[in-house]
Each structure stands twice: as structure tokens, then as C-alpha cells.
Design a protein around this ligand. Structure first.
Ligand SMILES: [Zn+2]
Length: 586
């Protein structure tokens, strides 16, 4: 009797256990080359996903049989490469959508190119909507991502309204050159401002004294046109967001750490409520907002509307700035720029009270970081030049001493040029180096000319950071600055970090090749390290049972291919929270 009871009970337990441990999966990925980023089980073939979680990571496809029910979708990966979904540690989401759906003229420097781009935008947007942006001529001298292209022209290309009028009768246009010196208005825009036949100062006229549409910076004519530019409609802004989300899904990116702007945060909430959010978002508001967010009952990890923890949309760190950028000779150095002997770079408003931003006030930054910390936020602060990075590390050291405990989650954003003596300080202070590898593919064309060979040894020095024990976080800085476009697809960042070349493979052997890092280290910086940087490595960032199911499937096994083939990598499937959000058509 007693034995029989025990037997029955164990049968019952067995039945319960097996039904508990193997509920039918929603999705099973079979026969892959799955690189888990888990050191104890680095490779697997099969991943079982139930609801939004990974429930099993298996070495043989047959082991998944017990999880497959009538409603399980089974995807045969056919030996394709699967990794934890890519997490982009640095984007400007709002601007990215605008660059996709509004005019992108960064690579345009002739009439033909301008017409092609205008036609593309007219096809996307509604009548009466303005076409703005542009930034023509940024790559007149260099092709995008190339070390060199044709020789610089003698005279700058100048478009006129007649170049685009026939394409844009119903869309007023106000386009700008990359340096903001010159603007182009089409006839619809001139009409809207009552300037069609005007001859105001700053307007370029043709031989018959008609306005060509070209208008110079700072002129009254420009002010007049600017005052009539219609704001983008809410729907158009949402469409820009949708275009950016689509690009992220196609790129295998499951989360972005966004440099947040309040109006964009509201759109994220709307997209999430509509069920259209296909990428997790970790919002990084400006460093000056710590007290205000605290007042509203918000802190790191909380959703901007519900104020509850949320793994799709939530506040992250506060973003501050120490110095300018390399592209404009604004990054802060101890010694002046080689090609501008009086220029050491400049501070930013978080680190200066001087209107010229030449005089530093790091106390100001320290207090903003402290207020933010007391409000429940860590700081992620932009620092690019050697002095900018050193001053920021000093500030973090001061904070660590005052708090009397180790820092966690604080970042040096960009960490572009670092002095040799500052490399070990990242580990000592437990500071994350958030780097943007693609910047090097683009910036190497002028880095040595600007700061010389010696300082370049510490530039984009990812290997030195790793060798000194720093935690690397990768971010694209998508979509870029007025002088450069930064691409978002992970292959560009991985290529830059591993090969240190431009998109056309120059220079041979790589730029400062001692700083090349391995594909494994690059993948780590793109996955588990970025989950750690958002305080969520316990629930995301690797392929492990119990973690959220964020997985990217690629056409090529990056761990096996020749590194010179990295740019041939494509994303085939993107899974976020257990759902397929992108699948490449066969
Ligand atoms: Zn940025």
C-alpha cells in the first residue's frame, strides 16, 4: 500500500515535471550554428522559445522534439549563424528616421544626385509637406567610408531652384549645404515666403536678376523662409519612426540606447501602445534633467508613462557632454590640433559657463552627475579628446570617493582619443568605454592630419582598452553628424573594429593595426556587454534558458569566415521578445 502510494506519487510528479519542463514552444530554431555568448556553453544547434523567453538551448535538433506542439513554428536554420540580438549602445533615433524619409544629401554633390534624392523623397511624403535637411557636399571630397576618391573640385557645386522645381511643384524645399553656409529654396518655398521675385540681401540672383533659390546663411531672406516652414505633421513623424524601426529590424538590432528627446519619447509611447514597437528602447535624457525626472516620479528602469518597470521602453542613464567632436576640431586636447595650432578644442554647456565654451567648469558637470545619481540615474558622458576623457575620469573618481563605493553603469561615451596613462583607469573605476567603431572607418581620412601620429596611437584604441580590462560597449551613433553619416548595420561596426579599414578595404592591413580586436570581442561588445551597460545582463544579452528571447540570425558565421568577408554579412531573421520582427525574403 505504502509502496503503491509512493509509486503513484512519483508517477504524478513525473507527469507534472515533464509537463512543467516542456510546455509546447512558440518557436523552435533548429540546426543552427548558435553562438550563445555564454562561456560555459558557447555553441549550440537548437533554441526553444516559449512566450517571450528562451526555454532551452540544445546541442541536437532531436532534443527539441518534446517541445514541439501543433502550434509551434519550427525554423530550420540550415547551419546559419545565430547570436544574441544586437544591442546598439548609441543612436539618435529621431534623426535617423528623418534621414531615411527626408532629404539625405550627404553624398550628393551634383545636379543628377540631387534630382534622384528629391524624387525619392517626393514619393514618400504627402503633398504640401516641406522637404528639409540635406547637408549636400559633405562627401564631395571623399566617398562615404572611403579613404579617398576623386580630387576636390576647383569650384564648389551650386544647385539652383530650377534643378528641382519640376520634381517638387507641391513640396516646398529648404535644403542646406553640410557646413550650413548655403541654402537652396525651390520656387514653392520662395512663393510661400513671398520671395519669388524678391532681391533681398543674401539671395543669389541669375544674369536676369531673378532669385536662383540659393540663399546665404544669416541673411534676412533666410529668416523669412524659415519663418514659413511648416512643421512636420504628427503622421509624418510617426512614419519616420516606422522607417527607422524597419531599418533596425532589418539590421538585427533588438535594442537601442537612444539619446532621448521628450517629443520622441512621447512617440515611442504611442508606437508601443499601437503594438508597433519592434525594438527595445533604453532612453537617455539630457544630464540636466535629473531633478525634473525625479519630481515626476521617474528613474532608471521605469516606463515614461506608466512609471513601472518595463523591458521594452524605459529610462536609462542621463547623457552629458564634456567636449566637442573631432569632425569640427572641437574635441578637447592637452595640446593643440596639429593643423590648427591655436585650437585645443572646446567644452560644452555641461562643463562650461563661458559663452565661447573655452573655459572649463568641471564642478558643474560633477554636480549634475550627483543630482542625477541622487534621482536614481547613472551618467553616460560624451568625452572625445585626451583632455576631455581625462577630465571625465577625474570626475568619476571624485564621485566614487565621495560615494565611498564602486561605480556601476557609468560610461565614457566615445572615448575616442585616450592618453596611455588613462587606459588602466577604466577598469580601476569600473567605467564602461562606449565606443563607436564605425567612426574610425570615416574619420581615419583626416585623423593624423589633425592630431598627428603619436596621439593617433591612442585613437579608437579598442585593443588597448580591452588589454587594460575595460568593458567595451558598441554603439553606431546612427545617423551621424552634419559632416558624416554613421551606418547602423552591425557589419560596419564589426568590420571597423576587426579590420580597421574603410568600406573599400583601405589602408591595406588596417589603420593602426595593433588596435584590431577579435570578432568574439566585437560580438561581446554588441550583446552581453550592452545588456550589462543597461543593468539587464541577468535577463538578456546571451542565449541562455530563462533569458528574454532576443536573437539575430545571420547568413554567415562571423566566427569562421575570413575577416575580410565581414561586410558580406546579412541579417536573415530578427527575433525580439520571442517574436520574429524581421525575416529576409528568400
Ligand atoms: Zn551621438
Amino acid at each position: 500500500m505504502r509502496n503503491a502510494t509512493i509509486f503513484t506519487m512519483s508517477l504524478l510528479c513525473f507527469a507534472l515535471l515533464s509537463s512543467c519542463s516542456k510546455p509546447a514552444a512558440n518557436l523552435v530554431l533548429l540546426n543552427g550554428e548558435v553562438y550563445t555568448m555564454e562561456p560555459s556553453h558557447p555553441w549550440a544547434s537548437t533554441v526553444v522559445i516559449t512566450g517571450n523567453k528562451i526555454t532551452a538551448v540544445l546541442d541536437n535538433a532531436e532534443d527539441a522534439d518534446g517541445y514541439i506542439g501543433p502550434n509551434t513554428r519550427v525554423v530550420d536554420l540550415k547551419e546559419r549563424f545565430a547570436v544574441p540580438g544586437f544591442i546598439d549602445g548609441h543612436v539618435h533615433f529621431n534623426g535617423a528616421g528623418a534621414l531615411i524619409n527626408d532629404a539625405n544629401l550627404l553624398t550628393v554633390s551634383d545636379d543628377q544626385g540631387l534630382r534622384v534624392e528629391m524624387q525619392r523623397v517626393v514619393n514618400i511624403i504627402d503633398d504640401e509637406e516641406w522637404i528639409t535637411g540635406g547637408l549636400w557636399g559633405a562627401y564631395e571630397k571623399w566617398a562615404l567610408g572611403a579613404a579617398e576618391s576623386g580630387p576636390k573640385r576647383q569650384r564648389r557645386w551650386e544647385p539652383s531652384r530650377w534643378t528641382i522645381d519640376d520634381l517638387t511643384p507641391k513640396n516646398p524645399c529648404l535644403l542646406s549645404s553640410y557646413d550650413g553656409e548655403l541654402f537652396l529654396a525651390n520656387t514653392a518655398a520662395l512663393k510661400a515666403a513671398g520671395l519669388e521675385n524678391a532681391r533681398l540681401p543674401g539671395m543669389k540672383l541669375d544674369s536676369t536678376r531673378l532669385p536662383t533659390g540659393l540663399i546665404y546663411r544669416g541673411s534676412p531672406a533666410l529668416e523669412k523662409i524659415r519663418s514659413v516652414v511648416k512643421r512636420k505633421s504628427h503622421n509624418r513623424l510617426l512614419d519616420e519612426n516606422r522607417a527607422a524601426l524597419k531599418r533596425l529590424a532589418e539590421s538585427g538590432i533588438v535594442e537601442v540606447h537612444d539619446i532621448a528627446r521628450p517629443e520622441q519619447t512621447a512617440r515611442f509611447v504611442e508606437l508601443q501602445e499601437n503594438g508597433e514597437l519592434t525594438c527595445r528602447v533604453w532612453l537617455r535624457p539630457d544630464l540636466s534633467r535629473g531633478a525634473e525626472l525625479k519630481e515626476k516620479g521617474l528613474q532608471m528602469g521605469l516606463h515614461p508613462k506608466t512609471k513601472k518597470p518595463d523591458h521594452w521602453l524605459r529610462y536609462g542613464a542621463l547623457k552629458g557632454y564634456v567636449d566637442g567632436i573631432m569632425g569640427t576640431h572641437g574635441a578637447l586636447f592637452f595640446k593643440p590640433y596639429d593643423d590648427q595650432p591655436d585650437n585645443y578644442g572646446h567644452y560644452r554647456r555641461h562643463t562650461s559657463d563661458d559663452p565661447e565654451l573655452k573655459i572649463g567648469n568641471m564642478d558643474k558637470l560633477y554636480h549634475l552627475i550627483k543630482i542625477g545619481y541622487d534621482a536614481g540615474f547613472v551618467a553616460n558622458v560624451h568625452a572625445i579628446g585626451t583632455k576631455g576623457v581625462a577630465l571625465l575620469l577625474d570626475t568619476y573618481e571624485r564621485l566614487m570617493k565621495e560615494l565611498g563605493k564602486n561605480l556601476e553603469g557609468f560610461r565614457v561615451i566615445h572615448a575616442q582619443v585616450v592618453r596611455q596613462e588613462d587606459f588602466p583607469r577604466f577598469k580601476k573605476l569600473n567605467i564602461i568605454a562606449e565606443v563607436n567603431p564605425y567612426h574610425l572607418s570615416d574619420d581615419m581620412r583626416w585623423m593624423e592630419e589633425r592630431i598627428g601620429h603619436e596621439r593617433c596611437k591612442g585613437a579608437y584604441a579598442f585593443k588597448s582598452l580591452l588589454d587594460n580590462g575595460a568593458i567595451l560597449s558598441f554603439g553606431s551613433d546612427w545617423p551621424g553628424t552634419s559632416a558624416a553619416e554613421y551606418l547602423v548595420h552591425p557589419k560596419y561596426l564589426i568590420n571597423a573594429a576587426v579590420n580597421r579599414t574603410t568600406l573599400n578595404g583601405t589602408p591595406e592591413g588596417g589603420w593602426f593595426p595593433k588596435q584590431k580586436i577579435s570578432v568574439h570581442e566585437a560580438l561581446k561588445a554588441y550583446t552581453i556587454n550592452n545588456a550589462y551597460a543597461a543593468f539587464e545582463d541577468d535577463i538578456r544579452g546571451s542565449i541562455k534558458a530563462g533569458k528574454l528571447a532576443d536573437i539575430t540570425v545571420c547568413n554567415l558565421n562571423l566566427m569562421k569566415i575570413d575577416p575580410s568577408d565581414i561586410l558580406k554579412m546579412n541579417v536573415d531573421i530578427t527575433i525580439v521578445d520571442g517574436k520574429i520582427v524581421f525575416e529576409r525574403e528568400k
